[in-house]
Structures are given as C-alpha cells and as structure tokens.
Ligand binder design. Structure first.
Ligand code: WTA
Length: 658
C-alpha cells in the first residue's frame, strides 16, 4: 500500500444515525467519555470492566502490580475459570441458543447450542483428565478448523492446561520445534482435513515431527477421526472417540489464578526462532469480551463470523473465546474462500444471515480479482442485506480494497472496523468503534478506550501528529503478552528496549497520526517480520531454513509489495557450488521452495528466488538489506553504494529465475 494514498485520503464516512442509536458505544461523545475515564483513573477503569464482564470465583482486590515491570500482573489475587466464563455462565440464561453454526468444506452444516457445547467440552475435559495431565501442563493442538478445535481449546482451559495451537499449515519440523519449546505432554490432532474439495493428511506431520527427536515428554497423541484417511498408529495414540467413550459430560471447572497462563501461541519475530507468546486468563478474556462488545457491537441477535483459523491469534480471541464469552452465535467454516468458487463467503453470508463479518485484506483483494474475472461470483449476485458491520484484520487495508469492501459487500451501509492489533496485544488496540468513529479508508483510526497507544521517536520521545515514528503502548493493559515462554530476557529486549526507556511497549510497527484528527495509519513492520497474506513470518526464519539446505551457503530474505498477498517473499541465495543458470537454476528453485515448505510450512515458500555469487555487503560484512528490497521491487538503486564491497553482484541479483 502506498502510504501517500492513505495520507491524502480525504473521504470520511460517518456512522449512520440508526447505527449510532443502537450501538454499544453510541456517538463520539461516548467514546471520548470512555477515554477520559481511563485517563482519570486508569486502574479503576479496568477494574470496573473486569468486575462487570468476568465471573469471578474469588474476586480480585488488586488491579495492577507493576513491581516486577515489565512483567506486569493484572487482577492477581482473583480466581476464575475461562471455560466457565464462556459456557457455564450461559446455562441458565441461553442454554438453547445456537453457539456455533459449523459449515464444512462440502457445505453441510451443523448447529451446536450453548448447552451442547458445554457438554462436549466437559466430556472432552474428562477425557483429558485420564491422560496424566496436570494444571499447567502444555498441550499442542494441531487440528483443522471445526467445532472440535474449539472444544479442545475450551477443555484445556476448563482444567487449567495450557494449550498451544499450531496452525495446520505449519510443517512437521515447525511442530517439532514447538513441542520441544513448550515441553508439551500431549498432542491433539486429526487423521486428516478437508480443504477445497481435497482430503489432506494431518496426523502424519505429528508422527514425523515427533520422530525428529527431542519430543520424549510427549505421552499421548489424541486423534480425531475426521476424514477416515488411513494413518500410522503408534502405541501412545488414542482415538478421540475412545477417550470420551463412557465418560461423564459434566466436569467441574478448575479455578485458576487470574494470571494463570491460558495459552502459548508461537509467532515470528526478528530472529530465526519463533517466540512462544504467553497470555493470561483473566486479562486476556476481559479484552476479548470487551472488544466483542465495543468494536463488534455484539447484540443478542447477531450472527458473527470471523473467518480466521484458530491457529492464529484472531481465531483465539474472536472464535474460541470472545464470541462464546459474550453468548454470541457464530459461524465456523472449515473450507477456503475459493471453493467451490470465489463466491463462497458471500453465499455463506446469505445462507446464514451473517450480520457481522470479519476477514483479512488479502482475502478481500483476492475476491476483488476473482469477481473481475468471473462476474458471477461478485458480491452483488448475493443477498447480503443481513450484514450490518464489517471488520478487517492482519495487515493494512489499502483504500481501494476498503472502498470495494464498503460498497460491494457492505452496500455502503455497514461501517468497517479496521482493527490493528498483534498476537502480543491479545485483542484490538487501535480500531474504529462502529457507532462512533468517523471512518477514513486505509486508517485504523483511533485507540481502543483504555489503550495508551502513540507514536514516538527512537529515544522514546513523543513526535507531533503528522510525523512518522515507532508505534508504542505506554501503559500496561490487561490482555498484553506476559512473557515469551522459556525466554523472559527476549521478552524484555523485544518489547521493552532500553533505548526507549524500558517502560513502554514497542509494537514493532511504524505509524503516523493524522495531523488534524489523530487517526493512525500503520506503515508496516520496522523489524524483519513479513506479513504475507496476513500471515506473520520472520525473514530470519526463512533464511535459517534455506541455509539448512545442503546446497546453500548463504541466504537473505526480504519482502516485496504484492497486490493480493500484501507482501511476497523474495530470497537471495548463494549456493555452495557455482551460480546456477537456465534449467539448473529452475530445478534448484523448485527444490528450495519445497525445502522451505517442509522446514516451516507452505505459507513460507519464497515466491521468488534469485542467485548470486555473493550478497551485497558492506566492507564490514553486513548484508545491505535495503538494497535487496530495492532490487526486489525492480527499482533502480539511486542511493550511495560506495560502502559496498562488491557492487557487481547487484546485476546478478536483478535476475529472477522464472
Ligand atoms: C499487522 C494479527 C495494519 C501489523 C492480529 C502487526 C496490521 C502484525 C493490522 C501482527 C491492521 C495487524 N492494519 N497492519 N489493521 N492488523 N497488522 O501477530 O504489522 O499475526 O504488527 O496479529 O500484523 O500480526 P499478528
């Protein structure tokens, strides 16, 4: 996205009077009032919300503990159970309300009420209890999108187990690394999965991952029979259905401390090793709920659909936890947006009368393309009148895509919540509130009430509105990351760097606030993190994967703007042997792409590979990534390259192997 196009954006869309009237946060005055309350009494603001929204078994008396900053504690003497807050709470009020409408890849649907879901979670939790798992033990979940994925996560929460969901698109090697880092005692997986009309294996990656070694702590692998695909069977495997056969379907929730880790979720950072982002129970759930209420304006009769997979943070906060805790009806979809055709999302919105729809810009951009080439699948062929609110997440949405989403999908009547947040923030931190905030295409607008987010310079000093800088959060907030599992030092250096004074959270994105309105525009990552189709990938991770290949001597990876995926991956590779050409080069490109797919997952495969006899380096041996980015974009290098040791390399690196 060009930043200029957003900064010069002067279209403003005010919420309609109707929307404002019924909104949970109604009008800008109400928004400003909430922000003022948080500014006047920060802890009081959050304490009030935590008492209002959460069901406590033992109420908290302390709100925020900053003694061991930046390891903050929220509501630390309170006790509760997250699953009880998502399910048990509703048993007396809305037992027969539909909690989940599941639509399979093949279009078949299943409905689960709150009462059904409660029993399914209890039963599976009782099953897990038979496996020698104790409060605080880690469990890896590697399942396709479906009711069972939610059941597995909720069941862990119910008995105090810490889940770590690994997205099904990650490889055996990635699983292996996560199992080892988390010290997981069990894995929950399925024989296979259905996607886009195909039946794909899943459990085989678990077998392979465990066989790679170091996973001796794994005691059991629970296997859901989903597809009937033939699988290898090991002595520590147990079928999901056998685990719950003749098991009671009620299970006392285990009360845990507010700070008890609810989950670990691995995400990419600026080194080769993914970080296990650790979240709390109470603070995390509080923000998942409150953002459902204020950002998504959730009402009793809404049908909410967040298209994210539970393998990502968006699926944690806005599939597994937020909607259930708020008693909403939600859609869970197993398939992909382009099967059987690219009208699938619109067809499902029509069929299930979805009122709130939350997806990623990359999906929107690919569906724009599809409806240009195949007009039959354009949104205008479907009845989308049930929609009242749209959301966007994961990457910047360019104004062109925003306008299309607004007009073609939302019928120019639905506000768009462009929600900025991260795995580490737990929930939205900058977003419009749909019944209050004037919308500007391409801007995520204003801070969520209570979140003290701003832009500063390299020394941590405020910059004036209209000047770009680093996005930071100045005060701790309840749903923030608590630490990086096994690596508290890295938590401190990544998010609380001393350059900025050690007391403010560094998000890792660049941002600028509009000089007049204070609206935020996100300018992209300032570190070596890429955002490919809304998936977060570290350049160093891909580089480590490449150099682990026997042919490769050296590799450097950069991102390049891509009109559908947001960014694409360009890898510069130096082989141990001579620089390949022609068919030889093509063969090695194919091999290296496959290799990265195996090392990390198909989502990380480089889109382009270029070979050089060397990489452009300074005389001190530092790779000049800035130049590599310029080359990737196909632009001429105009900057000073006099410090470059080997300028001739640049010509070679312009050549893309096709
Ligand atoms: C980017 C996803 C612009 C950003 C919830 C952030 C966004 C990273 C937006 C986190 C948005 C997310 N506008 N950029 N609305 N939302 N990002 O951890 O670079 O997978 O730092 O969390 O995605 O990605 P993550």
């Amino acid at each position: 996205m060009s930043i200029e196009s957003v900064l010069h954006e002067n279209r403003v869309f005010e919420p309609s009077a109707d929307f404002v009237k019924n909104a949970n946060v109604s009008g800008m005055a109400a928004y400003n009032q909430l922000c003022a309350e948080a500014a006047a009494d920060y802890e009081g603001f959050w304490a009030k919300l935590a008492r209002e929204l959460l069901v406590w078994n033992k109420p908290f008396t302390k709100t925020l503990n900053q003694e061991n900053a930046p390891f903050y504690k929220w509501f630390e003497d309170g006790e509760l159970n997250v699953s009880a807050n998502c399910l048990d709470k509703h048993l007396n009020t809305i037992p027969n309300k539909v909690a989940i409408i599941f639509e399979g890849d093949d279009g078949a649907t299943q409905e689960v009420t709150y009462k059904d879901l409660y029993h399914r979670v209890c039963q599976f939790a009782n099953g897990l209890k038979k496996l020698n798992l104790n409060v605080g033990d880690r469990v890896i979940i590697y399942l396709p999108m479906g009711i069972e994925a939610v059941v597995a996560m909720q069941a862990c929460a119910r008995i105090g187990l810490i889940h770590s969901v690994v997205f099904g698109g990650f490889s055996a090697k990635s699983l292996n690394e996560r199992i080892i880092d988390a010290g997981a005692k069990a894995v929950i997986t399925s024989d296979g999965q259905f996607r886009g009309g195909k039946t794909l294996p899943l459990k085989s990656a678990v077998d392979e991952g465990i066989a790679m070694g170091g996973c001796e702590v794994i005691e059991k692998v629970v296997v859901l029979k989903k597809t009937g695909l033939e699988i290898a069977w090991n002595s520590n495997n147990i079928w999901w259905h056998d685990l719950i056969a003749n098991v009671a379907d009620t299970c006392e929730p285990v009360m845990v401390n507010a700070e008890h880790p609810l989950f670990l979720l691995y995400t990419s950072g600026s080194t080769g090793k993914p970080k296990g982002v650790q979240h709390s129970s109470a603070g995390y759930l509080l923000h998942a709920m409150n953002t459902m209420r204020w950002t998504f304006d959730i009402h009793e009769n809404d049908v909410f659909w967040c298209t994210a997979d539970v393998g990502w943070i968006t699926g944690h906060s806005y599939v597994t936890y937020g909607p259930l805790a708020m008693g909403a009806t939600q859609i869970i979809f197993e398939g992909i947006p382009t099967y059987p055709n690219a009208g699938r999302f619109w067809q499902m919105i029509e069929k299930h009368k979805v009122s709130i729809f939350y997806t990623a810009p990359t999906a929107i951009r690919s569906l724009i393309k599809a409806s240009e080439t195949t007009p039959e699948v354009a949104p205008k062929n479907y009845n989308l009148s049930s929609l009242r609110l749209l959301g966007s997440v994961g990457e910047p949405i360019n104004p062109e895509a925003w306008m299309w989403y607004f007009e073609q999908v939302g019928g120019s009547r639905c506000p768009i919540a462009d929600t900025f947040w991260q795995t580490e923030t737990g929930g939205h931190v900058i977003t419009p509130l749909p019944g209050a905030t004037p919308l500007v295409p391409g801007s995520c607008t204003l801070p969520f009430p209570g979140i003290d987010i701003d832009v500063v310079d390299e020394t941590g000093k405020d910059v004036p509105w209209g000047t770009g800088g680093l996005l930071v959060i100045k005060k701790p907030w309840p749903s923030m990351i608590r630490t990086i599992y096994n690596d508290p030092e890295r938590y401190k250096t990544s998010y609380y760097p001393v350059d900025l004074g050690g007391k403010i959270y560094l998000a890792g994105d660049g941002a600028i606030r509009d000089a007049k309105t204070g609206n935020f525009t996100i300018m992209g990552r300032i570190d070596d993190v890429l955002n490919v189709s809304g998936h977060r990938l570290g350049t160093m991770e891909i580089e480590s994967a490449l150099v682990a290949n026997h042919l490769v001597a050296e590799a450097a990876v950069v991102g390049k703007p891509h009109d559908v995926k947001g960014e694409s991956v360009v890898a510069y590779v130096v082989l141990k042997g001579p620089r390949p050409e022609g068919d030889e080069a093509k063969k090695i490109v194919a091999e290296l792409r496959e290799w990265v797919g195996k090392e990390i997952g198909p989502i990380a495969k480089p889109d382009e590979i270029r070979f050089g006899d060397n990489l452009p380096k300074t005389r001190s041996g530092k790779i000049m990534r800035r130049l590599l980015r310029t080359l990737a974009r196909g632009e001429e290098i105009t900057s000073d390259i006099s410090t470059l040791d080997n300028p001739a390399i640049l010509e070679q690196l312009k050549e893309v192997v096709k």
